[in-house]
Design a protein around this ligand. Sequence first.
Ligand code: KIV
Ligand code: NA
Length: 264
Amino acid sequence: TRRVRTRDLLAAKERGERWPMLTSYDQYTAAIFEQAGIPVLLVGDSAANNVFGYETTVPVTADDLLPLVRAVVRATNYALVVADLPFGSYEEGPTQALRTAVRFMKEGGCHAVKLEGGRRVAEQIRAITGAGIPVMGHVGFTPQSEHTIGGYRVQGRGDAAEDVVADAVAVAEAGAFSVVLEMVPGEVAKRITHEVSIPTVGIGAGPDCDAQVLVWQDMAGMRSGRMPRFVKRYADLNGVLTEATRRFATEVRGGDFPTLDHTF
Ligand code: KIV
Ligand code: NA
């Protein structure tokens, strides 16, 4: 099989076929996810929280993310790899945005980039797509702006629905091949999914999007603690790894590992 292309995702929407997307930040998860049937992997700036241990995505830089992008690209043969442009790397305008996107394509080897915002970044999306680089948009709740938004809040309730719709339409008109809808009411996501011809990728946006994405540590239960309502845990990796680690520690302390079987 060959690498997934953005046109395959557009064709899937036309056929009414949904697809799954996951974040990935390293070679083992990337290989497992594509083998398990995930056609699109996102090297998200959520690496800030889920790899580097920051409170928000604000501090993470292109220099932090690029090695993770390279790892995911090297580990895959089939998945389309999308990389997030981090906060501060595209807001100044189309020139800065294009420069950063080119860097991710050349140094990261990814196949598309993603950036946050709707109408306010339409010129950036135009510049990047105009240079032949596929762009995924991201509207609704945009974590890089959480200090302005005031935390993790659903966007587009009531009259604010028109703003989210206008943002998604602006992203599509600017040439994006797909758009993430984060934490928007299901009815608003459904309306956007019908109004734009590009695939919508929901996270906390209900069942009517063309695709769904989760942060892999949330999906697989690697992260512990309180989870947002939109997350479903498909495994308890945290429990599995804790138990394996306890047994290793106990066996070392008790002199039960290594045995002669593990010894040269
Ligand atoms: O960085 C990220 O993980 C994301 C997705 C959740 C859409 O942007
Ligand atoms: Na992100």
